[in-house]
Design a protein. Structure first.
Length: 193
């Protein structure tokens, strides 16, 4: 669970050691995969805390310094579930939907202070977290077989393909890109999503 006191202490310490924080990346890597009727209120609270509350606390902690530094680029990762639901991932879909709206809302509120906020929406990507998601969904019969993924997005994506998009959105080359949702998914279509 995110701790506001720890965040408040960590941000000035990081800035003192590394310089002004101008490109924070709100990225969480956890998930609850199970049928909706089996989810608990504790899981609901936990995943909202990890995904949504942590983003709220970190962004609020770094924004004053970003504004003082003359601006910057905030990145968030709502992923595909923000816009395309998957069976057995209702809670994940809901929290990622919140990240999706958060990125746009921050962009709108802070654009006149030199702050950009964009979201990356990767499809199925091959690090252990992504492969575990695929395996868990397959075990529950959620329609993400290897053949379905191959049809939907051609193949499992590589982490570097996402990081190249991150680097672009963080860079000055994206100076007029604000409040967007960049899909890094080879046109993901069909599948369970």
């Amino acid at each position: 669970m995110p701790d506001a006191g720890q965040v408040s202490a960590a941000v000035p310490q990081a800035a003192a050691e590394l310089g002004p924080i101008t490109v924070p990346f709100n990225h969480t890597g956890t998930i609850v995969i199970k049928p909706f009727l089996e989810m608990t209120a504790e899981e609901w609270d936990w995943l909202h805390a990890v995904t949504v509350d942590s983003m709220f606390l970190m962004t609020g902690a770094v924004l004053p310094g970003m504004i003082a530094a003359g601006g910057g680029s905030i990145l968030c990762t709502p992923s595909i579930p923000a816009v395309a639901a998957t069976p057995m991932e209702v809670l994940h879909d809901i929290t990622k939907g919140a990240v999706h709206r958060f990125a746009r809302a921050i962009a709108v509120e802070f654009h006149n202070r030199g702050i950009r906020c964009n979201a990356l929406c990767p499809g199925f990507i091959e690090p252990p977290h992504g492969l575990r998601e695929v395996a868990d969904l397959q075990a529950l019969g959620a329609g993400v077989s290897d053949a379905a993924i191959a049809m939907a997005q051609g193949r499992i994506g590589k982490p570097v393909e996402v990081w190249l998009a991150v680097l672009f959105l963080a860079s000055d080359e994206a100076s007029f890109v604000n409040g967007t949702h960049l899909f890094v998914d080879d046109g993901l279509r069909g599948c369970a999503r």
